[in-house]
Design a protein around this ligand. Structure first.
Ligand code: NCD
Length: 337
């Protein structure tokens, strides 16, 4: 794929070599993300960061990634603060905002909305989540994390196994990650969800056609026994018709240290796209796992900055110029590499 000027809307756009390219550029971003050095390669460039749905980490991660490359960020958050509440179409908003920005990130509750927006944009658009459909940058940071975690055990992505747990029907992160895993060989995926919240059949069929070994289960404990990764997700309450309907499924698959010790392999990596729902009736990933060295959830969020820096650098065609515009940093830095 030619990244320069491209919209990043779906994992369907990626081949394996494209993923390799993103990961190689992401690896090179580490000194900048760790503030060992600074780069001004995107000095003068503007990111339009438009989030029409709740977000903490994705929005700030995109913004920080752009800032770390020397660019400026202009943000809109929430429908109530945008002209969309006045009846403006997504395409008109795109025509306007692409005049102000060099690249745009967007999250919106409707499936297909970001592609719709991108069709009228004069600059590249990155999908930060379109309803229950896709979240391609999250899938890339998840796989980047999986690759790093498994590399410590001298393992690669080919031949890995993962259990995806929770609301697989509405969870866009598992939709995109499933598609991404289909690019690799001998991958085994165990889908653990209530029957009603199963991964969409079209994604399961597509994974199977690509050679992924997919099985489904409606219980947690036995199904997480022999996988490399457990990937837990939140019940996507905002996609249900009522909170009461979501409540039926809340707290069904709780992972805590006792369950982990009894059923998982000793080094099983624990992942979650976050936010984890830590309310007592949900508690899908217990805080008693916080000292477990295999809990990778905050390594995922750190890796997200690297992957998003890489995507910006590729789309704006500066990936090979980042070091040319770099300098040492002067402030106190407590980060460990
Ligand atoms: C996810 C999302 O928004 O799809 N969060 C994220 O971007 N890291 C998952 C979720 O909200 O449950």
């Amino acid at each position: 794929m030619n990244f320069t000027g491209a919209h990043i809307l779906s994992i369907n756009q990626f081949q394996r070599e494209d993923v390799d390219q993103v990961f190689a550029v992401a690896d090179n971003m580490e000194p900048y993300a760790l503030r060992k050095r600074a780069t001004r390669v995107l000095e003068g460039a503007i990111l339009g960061n438009m989030f029409f749905e709740a977000s903490t980490r994705t929005r700030v991660s995109f913004g920080s990634a752009f800032n770390l490359l020397g660019g400026e960020v202009r943000e809109t958050a929430g429908f109530e603060n945008s002209a969309l509440v006045k009846g403006e179409s997504l395409q008109d908003t795109a025509r306007v905002l692409s005049g102000f920005s060099d690249v745009i990130c967007m999250r919106h509750p409707q499936i297909g909305s970001v592609a719709d927006f991108a069709s009228a944009s004069r600059v590249p658009v990155l999908n930060g989540g379109d309803g229950a459909n896709e979240h391609p940058t999250q899938a890339l940071l998840d796989l980047y994390t999986i690759r790093k975690e498994l590399a410590q055990k001298s393992r690669g992505i080919d031949g890995m196994s993962i259990a995806m747990i929770g609301d697989l029907r509405h969870g866009r992160t598992v939709h995109s990650l499933s598609k991404l895993l289909s690019l690799y060989t001998k991958v085994r995926v165990v889908l653990i969800s209530p029957q009603e919240l199963s991964l969409p059949e079209i994604i399961i069929e597509s994974m199977r056609r690509s050679g992924v070994d997919v099985s489904e289960s409606h219980e947690l404990t036995q199904s997480i026994a022999d996988v490399d990764i457990v990937y837990s997700t939140r019940i996507q309450e905002e996609r249900f018709s009522s909170k009461q309907e979501a409540d039926i499924y809340r707290g069904k698959f709780r992972l805590n240290q006792a369950v982990y010790t009894q059923y998982c392999q000793p080094n099983t990596v624990i992942m979650h796209p976050l936010p984890r729902d830590s309310r007592a009736d949900a508690n899908e990933l217990d805080i008693d796992l916080d000292n477990n060295p295999n809990l990778a959830i905050f390594r995922q969020t750190d890796n997200g900055v690297l992957v998003r820096m890489a995507l910006f650098a590729l789309v704006l065609d500066v990936a090979d110029k980042v070091d040319d515009f770099s300098s040492p940093v002067h402030w106190y830095n407590s980060r460990q590499s």
